[in-house]
Design a protein around this ligand. Sequence first.
Ligand code: KG4
Ligand code: ZN
Length: 362
Amino acid sequence: MKVLAFETSCDETGIALVYGEKIPGGFVFKTLKSALLSQAALHAPYGGVYPNLAKREHEKNLPMLYKEFESEPADAIAVTQGPGLEPALWQGIQFAKKIAREGTLPLLAINHMEAHLVSSLAQPKIQHSNVLKNIRMFELRDTQLPVLALLISGGHTEFVLMREWFTYEVIGRTLDDAVGECFDKVARMLDLPYPGGPEISRIALEARKKKLEAECRLPRPMIHSNNLNVSFSGLKTAALYALRDKQLTEDERAAFAAEFEDAVADVFVSKTQKALKETGAKTFVIGGGVAANHYIRKRLERLVLNDFPNIEFRLPDPSITGDNAIMIAQCALAHLTAGHWNLETESAGQEIKAVGNLSIAG
Ligand code: KG4
Ligand code: ZN
């Protein structure tokens, strides 16, 4: 079965055509064609995503990217319904509706966070032809339930429990800023370009290599709170105060970035430990843009290895952590090939509306 998917929830315009089928114990996905256009450079002067600019760019980019897909047959169309920036989501939905109407194909509404979760559970199948670059085959199989997911992106930070396939419970979340947003804001304070997450990560790595120590210690908000919630606005403010009226050398700036990353990682390690204990999860997965962070990955890997050796830790392939349409297609295909959704009985989808604050918990 083939799904053509559209993603426009934030500042990436993505289109992907993915083939999926059921295999013993799970599913296999093969990316037949994909296109992704990032607007990051355009939003950089604003230090974050400017919604109306994102909307205009999607409007311009969708027909341009779609030209490559025009003659490709598909069984269904999938589109991100939310969460995300409503004007941006709306462009993708309108465009997907038009393509679905023209091809008399069903249109499926996909939750962006569920797509991060499902695609992160899928593991790349390395073939000789795609040695680590441009991975096209993914297998999602032998997943032991319950699954605990830590979803960390520019708009979200949440612990999600999947006891049964496609049923989600949010068991912890940020009370204020998302962790990716905090990375981007602190990067801006350090005069690093947008998006700041990868930049902080890059200079923090240098600091660790050189064994540089930061002058200040940042707080680890809510690390001892008796729940699975987190908070990042206090950390952001603490960073602002610590950097006020300071001229940092390159080494001091790198050491500060490492201290910031340490603070974030300490919080996630502590809360994940608590969540894994409390839920009895058999699989742990991380997803979303910040799941590309090398240091956070390592710290969580160490936690699972040391404290929960019987839990399987699924680390997403970095090619799939940031926003893209492949994950939207994979999520639709997982529902379809598992028999959870049936194309014959699905409505045409022409009534789908953008929902900026759509929850994964339904
Ligand atoms: O999932 P995503 O692509 O978009 C949203 O749905 O929000 O996540 C984007 C976020 C940005 O805040 C970006 O700075 C952050 O992910 N990010 C990182 C890294 N790569 C991307 N944060 C920390 N370390 C990274 N390596
Ligand atoms: Zn995302």
